[in-house]
Every structure is written in C-alpha cells, then in structure tokens.
Design a protein around this ligand. Structure first.
Ligand code: SF4
Length: 351
C-alpha cells in the first residue's frame, strides 16, 4: 500500500491533514504553492515555514514518493529520460522532450504493463503495480523543474510512458486534476493527452469527464488478426468495439482523437495495411500519427519502417481524407522507447 505524500493531496486534503497538526489553512496554501508553483523539491527549501514544522511535516507527510536516479540525455540535449526510484524500491521512468515553442513530459502510469504488446520493452517485462497519483505528479514536476532550470516551461503532459493509463484510470484522472488545479500547477486540461491501447471502459470514463483531456489510441493496424498480434488487448476489445467506443467519445466530447500507428518494416507498413486503417477511421473526427517503431532488444527481427514506406503509408491515409503526420520516434538513441531505460537499469546496475 502506497503511503500518501504531499504530491498525492489536493489543497483541501492537505489543509485537513495540516489541521490535525494544529496548522491554520494558510500554511496549506503556502506549502501547496511552494510545491506546485515554485516547484521546490522538498520541505527544506520552504524557508517561510518554521524549522520545527518542516521537521514535523517530514515525519507526518513525506514530500515526494520518489528520488531522482539515473538520467540520460540525447546528444542534442532536447530529450532526456530519468529513472525515478520509488519508496518500495521499484523504478519508473519519465521523458522530457523539448521542441521549438513547446516542451512535453511523457509520464508513466504503471510499473510494467499487463497488455504485453510484443514490440514494447515494458510489455515484455510484465505487470508489477499501478502508480499512485502522487507518483505520476512527481514525474511531471521533475520534468517541470528540469525545464525551469533550462529557462523553459512545461507545456504538455502525455501519458504515453510505461503502462496502460486507462488500466489505472483513477490515479491518472486524479493526477490530472492535481496538476490542472489553477491554485497550483495550473496546466490547462487541453495540455493533457491520455493514451490507450483500447481499454474501452476507461475510454468511456474519459468521455464522461468534465475536463477537456485529449485521447490518443494506439491503433497499429486496421484488421483484427494483425492488431491482435500487435496489441493483444484487441482480442478482448476488437476493432468494431474499439471504434464504437471512439464514436461514443466523439459524440460526447467533440474532441478529435489521435490514432498512433507504430510502423514495423514489412509487418504493418504496406499500402494495404494503410487502406485497412483508412477504412476503419472513415468518418471519424481524428488525426493519425505515424511513428517508425523504435527497435528493441527483445525483437531484433523487427526493424523500423523505411522513410519511403512511411511516406507511402501516409499518402494512402491523406488520399482517404485522414489528416496524418509522421512523427520522429524521439529518444531511440537514449533508449527512450517505452520501458527500455528501466529494463537496462535492471540488467546492469548503474555506477
Ligand atoms: S505499448 Fe503500452 S499498452 Fe502495449 S505493452 Fe507497452 S506500455 Fe503496455
């Protein structure tokens, strides 16, 4: 059972907890502001608090659920991946990606993943446990602090790291509410994107949220036999069921859905694969992101698609009227494919 930390609590919950220590509400507001606006990394840095209160807080309510561990930075400095050590000894990874005009945190929602997609290092390692909302918030604040030290501001949070976010939907939604609170971090709801392999009940939960969060669906193929290989969850929620959930989401939110397609050479990157996807997405308010798959050590026989194959795939979708973008698979050079840094850190202890 995860012990709650400051980063798990709403401002009102913090005020209640501090009241049990005899503190007035303004103390909660001071602490909340220090953590979520000033981005301090511990009670020690809260110089406006009396020293004895800081000591009592350390004992009663740990500040953060994690410590910062190994970090890898891409040669151009624009992508960094950090391993965070959690209180129970598990590790989780978060990626920071800087672009012209925006900076994105890619956060993990679970340790491991039960979905088991064969091209994904996390999926190959199996499921360990869900992350708490505080553990997700801590990842985001770590990236925000790193960016701040580089004179940048975090502009987006994508739930596309380790794990299936909608299999941990309560903690994911709570982390978004915590980070969205205008009294604290104040990141707009539209800055959040939750990705899913197609957990239909979770998609329905998301559709019914008052917050305008973005949804990204990992599609990878437009026919059931191939998608069931690439995303084993497809056996439980086949394409017809998945697309019906997308239609309900669109009817409810009127928000465009992103479909992510990782392309593996020869496996799902041929024009007939693109035509199958185009047929499935026909009439949906959507956008497709094509991502040449990152190579992973577990599937050395699967290689990323060539630029020509990706381009030909994109042309099929565009000709069918589906807005399509080719994305770079950021971070392959720093093992930033899903779960790869964690997998490596378990194989070889860091010096
Ligand atoms: S790709 Fe996503 S859903 Fe599939 S195994 Fe990896 S983390 Fe899980």
């Amino acid at each position: 059972m995860h012990e709650p930390t400051l980063l798990d609590l709403t401002l009102d919950e913090l005020a209640e907890q501090l009241a049990t220590l005899g503190c007035p509400r303004y103390r909660a507001e001071q602490i909340w502001r220090a953590a979520f606006v000033d981005l301090v990394s511990g009670y020690d840095a809260m110089s406006t608090l009396p020293r004895n209160l800081r000591t009592r807080l350390e004992a009663a309510l740990p500040f953060t659920p994690c410590e910062v561990g190994q970090e890898q930075v891409s040669p151009d400095g624009a992508t960094s991946k950090t391993l965070l050590r959690l209180a129970d000894g598990e590790t989780v990874e978060v990626v920071s990606m800087e672009y012209a005009g925006r900076a994105t945190a890619c956060v993990s929602s679970q340790i491991g993943c039960a979905i088991g997609c064969p091209f994904c290092a996390t999926g190959q390692a199996g499921f360990v446990r869900n992350l708490s909302s505080g553990e997700i918030v801590a990842q985001t604040l770590h990236v925000a602090r790193t960016l701040q030290s580089r004179g940048r501001r975090l502009s987006n949070v994508v739930y596309m790291g380790m794990g299936e976010p909608l299999a941990n939907v309560d903690a994911v939604l709570r982390s978004i509410r915590l980070l969205n609170d205008p009294r604290g971090f104040g990141l707009g709801a539209r800055a959040f994107t939750v990705s899913t392999a197609g957990v239909v009940p979770g998609m329905d939960r998301l559709a019914n949220q008052p917050l305008q969060i973005n949804l990204a669906v990992s599609l990878h193929a437009g026919d059931d036999p191939l998608r069931s290989v690439l995303v084993p969850l497809n056996r439980k929620y086949p394409l017809e069921v998945l697309i019906a959930a997308c239609q309900r989401y669109l009817a409810r939110t009127h928000r465009r859905i992103s479909f992510e397609i990782a392309l593996v050479a020869g496996l799902n990157d041929r024009p007939h694969h693109a035509r199958a996807v185009a047929a499935r997405l026909s009439g949906l308010l959507c956008h497709v992101n094509l991502i040449p798959a990152n190579p992973i050590p577990e599937r050395l026989d699967w290689q990323r698609s060539s630029a020509a194959a990706v381009d030909a795939y994109a042309q099929v979708l565009i000709a069918a009227g589906i807005p399509t973008t080719v994305r770079d698979s950021r971070g392959a050079e720093i093992a930033a494919g899903c779960g790869q840094l964690r997998a490596r850190s378990r194989q070889a202890p860091t010096p």
